[in-house]
Design a protein around this ligand. Sequence first.
Ligand code: AMP
Length: 185
Amino acid sequence: MGEAPLKALPLTASIADVIASRLRDIPDFPVPGVVFKDFTPLLSDGPAFRAVVQEISSRYVGLVDVIVGIEARGFILGAAVAYELGVGFVPVRKAGKLPGETHSAEYQLEYGSAVIEVHVDAFPAGARVLVMDDVLATGGTAEATCELIERAGANIAAVEVVLELGFLNGRSKLSGRTVHAMLSL
Ligand code: AMP
């Protein structure tokens, strides 16, 4: 294998620095005017990906019963954190993907609208849930996800994202909830 300059994690780098150095901007994706924050370079860097997963997991030991990942990038992070914590993972998926009976919610995105679903029997009653996604933008996705989880009888412990686009003020849709971003722009 050749040299891979992104693979070395400086010992002094904060986790926010690590994330910032491994996100890239893709202008005009998926529609003109949106700058897409692509975190595939973070995922493809093993030590950086592991550091992020361990940092998130360390803050929720004993505090959550289930991790919810939002399709699709929330699946990658959420499943890794669930594995690390030894708790279950529940997917919140786009409409029509889950095979069982579902709750569904429509919401607005930074670029359009969408419907997401969760299985009605996904959670033990009162389960403490950590919601995970890559990016908090306008907050519509996370808000709809929290509502779905509560309709399914569980409680939101926190919403955790790798990156928050602070200028879109997604937190305003999540007032009263615990929201943590590893990096805010
Ligand atoms: P929102 O509902 O506006 O907070 O959008 C959050 C969801 O859309 C997340 O699942 C993100 O993966 C995705 N998303 C929205 N805007 C962006 C962006 N600028 N870059 C990357 N992903 C985004």
